[in-house]
Design a protein around this ligand. Structure first.
Ligand code: SAH
Ligand code: SF4
Length: 347
């Protein structure tokens, strides 16, 4: 029988399983507290009888990530981790310092199926989904290694969170639970390329997290060229679900827009974007696109002058807009690039 990932379980589930095996409730509680503490093996659970430890080993495993490489930016202290998983796969996470505390950007999948043309992760292919415990473990390991208390989490690393819906929702519930990481939903952001049916589902959960939608283009023609997912879910349908999401949660949506020279950064694009987002409770986050070293030599970031002009137009139309600060520029802090280079080295 396949072993069960015990760190992804809610305390209530553990309690239920223990009851079935004839163990008293307080044993489930003890095990849960050890897991929250971050033990790596059942042998570390010192207040349990040997017989129970033996039984746990037969049924469960403790999933976790370990640091394979670590890069620290000399410019701003941003830390990029390459984590190795139990099965030898690699993922990345980035720890950044902001005025309001420390934010970690974590991965939700090993790779990604969505194939966005400008994204190193998308070009690296897909291996598997991460479990909730592997998402939690990225935060714990980073805290342990850096000695930093992380206050904000963004699901913006490798992978498409809504393509791993069940595990991500489980992660959100575990991470925000006061007994576990105790990171409030308002301190968590989830970024998606726009998987519409899952956004409808997420809206019903009424989480108070921030939803970021990677828009990157103001029309179907441009968006489909750089984001294959747009051929399945059109831009207007995506904006319709965003409006639904806002009405359900009362939360402002953040639209990500990577500025790629000559592709989506013209005045015309800015006007079209403003038109599409009119009267919506939203915020536009412009990202100077990271140049990525693979195949797409023709995709380059827009110049700062162009970006500022774009901002001016959006502001003229009353759209709330900011330009994202670049962090960790010297360590390729955007996700996907380290795993790619590691894979290349290993081959
Ligand atoms: N799959 C999710 C979350 C992970 S990607 C999503 O697509 O939203 C996190 C963010 O990085 C997305 O907004 C994505 O579009 C952006 N991104 C990917 N490659 C980039 C690049 N080369 N330059 C700028 N932003 C990039
Ligand atoms: Fe996947 Fe997001 Fe990269 Fe697109 S941008 S390939 S959805 S990780």
């Amino acid at each position: 029988m396949a072993l069960v990932d015990i760190t992804s379980m809610f305390e209530a589930e553990l309690l239920e399983a223990f009851k079935k095996s004839g163990y008293p409730a307080y044993r489930a509680r003890q095990v849960y507290l050890w897991l929250v503490k971050g033990v790596k093996s059942f042998d570390e659970m010192r207040n349990l009888p040997k017989s129970l430890i033996g039984e746990l080993k037969e049924k469960y495993y403790i999933a976790g990530v370990e640091i394979a490489r670590k890069l620290v930016s000399k410019i701003d202290g941003t830390i990029k981790y390459l984590f190795r998983l139990n099965d030898g796969e690699y993922i990345e996470a980035v720890l950044m310092s902001y005025r309001h505390g420390y934010t970690i950007c974590i991965s939700t999948q090993v790779g990604c199926k969505m194939g966005c043309k400008f994204c190193a992760t998308g070009m690296g292919g897909f291996a598997r989904n991460l479990t909730a415990s592997e998402m939690i473990s990225q935060i714990k390991e980073a805290e342990l290694d850096s000695g930093i208390r992380i206050s904000n989490v963004v699901l913006m690393g490798m992978g498409e969170p809504l393509d791993n819906y069940e595990n991500v929702v489980r992660f959100l519930k575990l991470a925000s639970s006061t007994e576990n990481l105790n990171i409030g939903m308002r301190h968590i952001s989830l970024s998606t390329c726009g998987i519409i049916d899952k956004i409808y589902k997420l809206a019903e959960e009424k989480f108070q997290l921030t939803l970021s939608v990677s828009l990157h283009a103001p029309d179907n023609l441009t968006r489909s060229k750089i984001m294959p997912i747009n051929k399945k879910y059109s831009l207007d349908d995506l904006l319709a679900v965003c409006r639904f999401y806002i009405s359900k949660t009362n939360r402002r949506i953040s639209f990500e827009y990577a500025m790629i020279a000559g592709v989506n950064d013209s005045d015309e694009c800015a006007k079209r974007l403003a038109e599409k987002l009119r009267k919506m409770l939203c915020h536009v986050n412009l990202i100077p696109a990271n140049d990525v070293d693979f195949a797409l030599g023709s995709y380059k970031k827009s110049g700062m002058e162009r970006i500022k002009k774009f901002v001016n137009i959006l502001e003229k139309y009353g759209i709330n807009v900011t330009i994202r600060r670049t962090l960790g520029a010297d360590i390729n802090a955007s996700c996907g690039q380290l795993r790619r280079s590691t894979k290349t080295v290993e081959v």
